[in-house]
Design a protein around this ligand. Structure first.
Ligand SMILES: CC(C)(COP(=O)(O)OP(=O)(O)OC[C@H]1O[C@@H](n2cnc3c(N)ncnc32)[C@H](O)[C@@H]1OP(=O)(O)O)[C@@H](O)C(=O)NCCC(=O)NCCS
Length: 173
């Protein structure tokens, strides 16, 4: 699919009104971690920048509707802060247009603004497309957790991307 449509999308922080759309994207993305509405409500209502662990949800919009999302977290109680890309998925019909990459870059920028010097993630060893997407975004394998995932049991591949902390302007309260 052409990447010429990539300019037509935008990334913004999620609100509670986005939860149904996020669940719709998840339902169409069985290889992504399957979280409940309650988990997204919890993140969106109780995560703030004054807590040791801050989490954020991001929406990728295409044609004025939610087509992808990402969840990130940063642990500020250690120095440097530890950042993680916890989840990311794009509607099947919108993949290959740069939305996933834009979500990853937004999470990397947010993580750097939170003071992290690296962005980490775990991915199913057999999720070759996602591993390729992460490699294209600058992540390198940094470890393996045997049998980490259930249903089905599968190893997790840990991947890390170096980022450059730039202060504390996160854009998310
Ligand atoms: C992973 C996912 C979010 C990527 O989203 P996307 O919008 O299709 O990704 P992009 O179009 O931004 O592509 C990003 C890069 O990965 C590459 N890429 C995309 N899909 C690919 C695939 N299936 N195989 C190999 N490379 C791929 C692109 O060429 C691009 O590289 P570039 O930036 O150097 O040009 C999407 O495939 C998805 O939702 N998968 C199902 C859910 C999932 O498995 N999530 C990961 C859980 S850990």
């Amino acid at each position: 699919m052409s990447r010429s449509t990539a300019d037509a999308h935008s990334i913004r922080p999620a609100t509670l009104a986005d939860v149904p759309a996020i669940l719709h994207i998840l339902a169409a993305s069985p290889s992504a971690p399957q979280w409940s509405a309650a988990e997204f409500h919890e993140i969106l209502t109780s995560s703030t920048a004054d807590q040791p662990l801050q989490r954020a949800v991001w929406i990728a919009e295409a044609a004025d509707s939610a087509a992808g999302f990402a969840v990130s977290s940063v642990l500020r109680s250690v120095h440097p802060a530890e950042a993680e890309l916890e989840n990311v998925a794009v509607l099947p019909g919108c993949r290959g247009q740069g939305l996933g990459r834009a979500l990853v870059e937004t999470v990397a920028t947010w993580s750097a603004a939170c003071g992290a010097d690296a962005l980490r993630l775990e991915v199913r060893a057999g999720n070759a497309p996602a591993r390729s997407v992460y490699a294209a975004a600058g992540f390198v394998p940094s470890g393996r957790r045997p049998g980490y995932y259930a249903n089905p049991t599968e190893d997790a591949v840990c991947m890390t991307r170096t980022i450059h902390p730039v202060g504390n302007k996160t854009g998310v309260a």
